[in-house]
Each structure stands twice: as structure tokens, then as C-alpha cells.
Design a protein around this ligand. Structure first.
Ligand code: MF3
Ligand code: CO
Length: 308
């Protein structure tokens, strides 16, 4: 989850611009301990060239080194285990509050902290978004999963200060073919986007691939809420949208980690936020919405999925 506006994106792009003030024989900024000339000098030159051509480029603060990536992966192990466990347990008749308890208990048993808990006042350990809920659904007491529901369960973990974040869809009992297709196409769209993730490409390559697949199936992709950089913080730069075009948005470079998490609506693109709690997001037309979220690392040769 990350809200944004075009103005924010522009301001952030300026903030992310890189300024190289480091000697070739100095220690590299990345923390490797190697000399700059043998480490990230060529990398920085390549970023600088892209920037000079008018592209949005990442700042050094969102480039993760090998040590950080290892720590982030340890956090992902918990997040994946929690979602795997939920796949065994979630079924018709389960109270949403029970899902919250499973996530809290399992995350803390494994030494982690559920990242949503108290995040900007969020009152639970997990988001459970059912049917026409787009995201940030509360795992309410007294609300039970029914036959035919589709629910997104969004888990995020902090382990030793490192963050992981992913979500999956769960189909409860006999789900209609229309809803099942929405769930399947949304997952396919994430993986179409993923196939575009490689160093020296642009985030818009990924965004357009996600959008094209959803559009071809008659769906709409939520505009206001997107993915985000993640790892050292819960939500880092860049903001990751899906209404972007090939060759646009931020340059992807090795060491960047971000989420791909489109919210895909069966009907109209419009959404609203519950006025009472200012968290739960719904489709305006009441039609179902689906979301899958993965966390991906840009590598030297392509990408690696860290969390799913
Ligand atoms: N995985 C969601 C995200 O991408 C989690 C939202 S947690 C909340 O941000 F606390 F912000 F609801
Ligand atoms: Co996220």
C-alpha cells in the first residue's frame, strides 16, 4: 500500500537524483568495503546517464547490499511461512479475527513482529480484504468467511529491523467462475509484470505488462494505491503503479527491492475509503476486487522473488 499523486512522484524523483562526490580510490558507498572504482563506479555512471536523459533514477539509499539482502530474506522466511500456514487453515466459517490471531502468534513465535500492527495507527496484525474490499480490510471480530468469498490476506513482517511484505488470494468454498477468473488473471498479471523486471529497464515496463493483461480481460487496475520499495523500511521509494507505460517511471538497478501488488477490479476503477476508520478501501460499484503481492529483488541478470 502506498498512496501518491503525480506531484509526489515528481518531488520524489528529484529527491532520488544521485550526486557523485566520491574518489575512485575511496571506499564504496554501498558498504562492501571495496574501492569505489572496483565496485559501484560504473553502476553510478550508468545511472547518471539515464538521469541525464530525463529518467527518474533510484537514490543510493534504496540500493541494498548483500548483507542487507540476507537479512531481508530472513524476514521473508517468516512471511512466507505464515501465508503457507494460512493456506492450510483458512476455510469457510473462519472468523476474520482468528486469521489475525494466527498471524500474530506465528509471526511472534518465529521472532518477528507483524509490521501492520500500530503502523500509522493500523489496529491489527494483518489485512483481510473480502470481495468488494480492495485493501486494508480489518480482520473483524464477528465476521466469518462465507462460501463463495474471495479474500486477500496481506502479511508483513519485521525481523531484526528488516521488512517483508506479500499477500495472496484465498477462494472460500465454491467461488463463482467470474470471481475465480478475476483471482487467476490478477495473479497472472503479477507474473507478466515480474517477467519485465531486469536491471536497466524501467518500472513502467513492469507496470504496462500488468495493466495490459488486466485490460485485455476486461478489468480495471486501481490507480491511487500501488506497490513500494521495501526492506529497510516498510514503505520506501519508489512508488510502484500499474498505469504506467514502457520506458517510463524509475530506472531499475541491481539491489533494488520493491513489491508488485496490483489491485484489480472486476468493474469500474473507482474506489472509496471507509470514512469511519479511514483504512478500509472498497470498490465504488460494489463489484469484487483481487490482489496478489510479491516482493522482488533486481539482480545483475534479472530478478529474484524474495517473498510471495
Ligand atoms: N501490505 C500492505 C502494504 O503494502 C500492508 C498495509 S499494512 C497497513 O502496504 F498497516 F498499512 F494497513
Ligand atoms: Co505492500
Amino acid at each position: 500500500m502506498a498512496f501518491t499523486s503525480i506531484k509526489d512522484i515528481k518531488a520524489k524523483a528529484a529527491a532520488g537524483s544521485i550526486n557523485i562526490k566520491i574518489g575512485r580510490n575511496d571506499v564504496c558507498w554501498c558498504g562492501s568495503g571495496n574501492k569505489y572504482k572496483n565496485c559501484h563506479e560504473d553502476f553510478d555512471k550508468r545511472i547518471k546517464r539515464s538521469q541525464m536523459m530525463g529518467h527518474i533514477v533510484p537514490g543510493h539509499d534504496i540500493i541494498k547490499n548483500a548483507e542487507q539482502i540476507e537479512k531481508i530474506k530472513e524476514s521473508c522466511v517468516i512471511n512466507i511461512a505464515v501465508l503457507d500456514e494460512l493456506e492450510k487453515e483458512v476455510k469457510e466459517g473462519m472468523e476474520l479475527a482468528k486469521i489475525d490471531k494466527i498471524v500474530y502468534d506465528m509471526t511472534t513465535d518465529m521472532g518477528g513482529i507483524p509490521a501492520p500492527l500500530n503502523y500509522e495507527g493500523y489496529p491489527y496484525s494483518v489485512c483481510t480484504s473480502v470481495n468488494e474490499q480492495v485493501c486494508h480490510g480489518f480482520p473483524h471480530k464477528g465476521v466469518y468467511l462465507k462460501d463463495g468469498d474471495i479474500v486477500n490476506i496481506d502479511c508483513s513482517t519485521i525481523l531484526n529491523g528488516y521488512f517483508s511484505d506479500s499477500s495472496r488470494m484465498f477462494c472460500i468454498g465454491n467461488v463463482s467462475p467470474e470471481k475465480k477468473k478475476l483471482v487467476d488473471v490478477t495473479k497472472e498479471a503479477v507474473y507478466k509484470g515480474l517477467s519485465e523486471v531486469k536491471p536497466w529497464g524501467y518500472l513502467g515496463d513492469m507496470g504496462q505488462a500488468v495493466h495490459d493483461h488486466c485490460f485485455a480481460n476486461g478489468y480495471t487496475v486501481v490507480r491511487e494505491i500501488g506497490g513500494h520499495g521495501v526492506g529497510l523500511e516498510f514503505h520506501e521509494e519508489p512508488w510502484v503503479g500499474y498505469n504506467s507505460r514502457r520506458g517510463e517511471e524509475m530506472l531499475m538497478v541491481p539491489g533494488m527491492i520493491f513489491t508488485i501488488e496490483p489491485m484489480v477490479n472486476m468493474g469500474k476503477v473507482d474506489i472509496y475509503i471507509d470514512k469511519d476508520n479511514e483504512w478500509e478501501v472498497y470498490t465504488e460499484d460494489g463489484k469484487p476486487s483481487a490482489q496478489w503481492e510479491i516482493m522482488v529483488l533486481v539482480t545483475e541478470n534479472g530478478h529474484e522473488v524474495l517473498c510471495y
